[in-house]
Design a protein around this ligand. Structure first.
Ligand SMILES: Nc1nc2c(c(=O)[nH]1)N[C@H]1C(S)=C(S)[C@@H](COP(=O)(O)O)O[C@H]1N2
Ligand SMILES: [Mo]
Length: 320
């Protein structure tokens, strides 16, 4: 049962309206200005989701802790699975769950190659052979909302160890499945499908970066990126690419879908940083789904101790 209030005015509404406007004036060259993955969430009204007391057990959910390491409560399963960004299906966060519900993600293959010694195509069984762990992470969308999600999955570095990147490999490039039959949003010419994301190899090898195969102890639901998606908790949510079919080790910085769509607004690093506003809105605070009011955004989404060293010598004000 979704309890996210309909009074939440999301970026996507703005996006759609502006898009109609842009089409109207035929301003194709200016189109990048409206391609915001992730526009600002305008409403400060809280979307209350239900407490999970008793409900978790009824839904067969398993989780080892009720909170993250900062003492923040887990976001409810229903909020995590009914408020999603997944433009392959729709730009409406409330409609993703319904539109993705029939998504067939089995059989599945993830082709891992490029600058590696042992290229390999993994099927789902292969991927599930990596020791699965629970990781409770905050997810911070650049739109200014956040959740605490108990993922199940395994460190990306375990997969990289198997394929052995060569010394020329500097970046990891990820690609989402291209399947216009199942993903109606991919018929839209407004985005350069498929969705692509990337990490530097040393970022990818940080223990916090995981490939998630489940949440709350259940297989990953379609709307959250079934059967396998990336989770990089210290970066804005758009880096955490869903439904991955291809992972390539490369020597040049990959161009992500968002970099290609709106290069002035979305950059490669996209580390959560309260001091660096997005060109069109502040990042200093956020709304935790299920809470009232706003809370301050933490540098690196609260994971600075684990990851800040990766950016020594990099000007963090230049994140985008
Ligand atoms: N393939 C793909 N991956 C994606 C997206 C998308 O539209 N397509 N949206 C991103 C954005 S903007 C966010 S905030 C997170 C949302 O993850 P969730 O729906 O599981 O909370 O997924 C990211 N991964
Ligand atoms: Mo996002």
């Amino acid at each position: 049962m979704v309890k996210i209030k309909s009074s939440e005015i999301t970026s996507e509404h703005i996006y759609m309206n502006r898009r109609k406007f842009m089409v109207g004036i035929g301003a194709l060259a200016a189109s990048t200005a409206v391609l915001s993955a992730c526009g600002p969430e305008l409403s400060s009204s809280a979307g209350a989701d239900e407490g999970d007391n008793g409900q978790a057990a009824a839904e067969g959910l398993t989780v080892s802790k009720e909170m993250d390491e900062l003492g923040d409560s887990l976001t409810s399963y229903s909020a995590i699975t009914n408020f999603n960004n997944y433009y392959e299906f729709t730009t409406s966060k409330e409609a993703v769950a319904r539109l993705a519900s029939g998504f067939v993600s089995s059989p599945w293959a993830v082709e891992v190659g490029g600058l590696v010694n042992n290229p390999k195509t993994y099927d789902l069984d292969d991927l599930m052979k990596f020791t699965q762990e629970e990781r409770i992470y905050r997810l911070r969308c650049v739109e200014g909302w956040s959740m605490v999600i108990p993922w199940n999955g395994f460190p990306l570095t375990k997969l990289l160890e198997e394929v052995e990147p060569t010394s020329e490999a500097k970046f990891v490039r990820f690609e989402t499945v291209l399947d216009t039959e199942q993903m109606p949003g991919q018929k839209s010419g407004w985005f350069p499908w498929p969705y692509v994301e990337g990490l530097r190899v040393d970022e990818a090898m940080n223990d916090l970066a995981i490939l998630a195969t489940g949440l709350y102890g259940k297989a990953l639901p379609p709307q959250d990126g079934a059967p396998i998606r990336l989770v990089v908790p210290w970066k804005y949510g758009f880096k955490s690419i869903k439904a991955i079919v291809k992972i390539d080790l490369v020597d040049t910085m990959p161009t992500s879908l968002w970099m290609a769509s709106a290069p002035n607004e979305y950059g490669f690093y996209a580390n959560v940083n309260p001091e660096v506003p997005h060109p069109r809105w502040s990042q200093s605070s956020e709304r935790r789904i299920g809470e009232f009011g706003r809370r301050e955004t933490l540098p690196f989404n609260g994971y600075g101790e684990e990851v800040a060293y990766l950016y020594d010598g990099l000007d963090l004000r230049e994140w985008y």
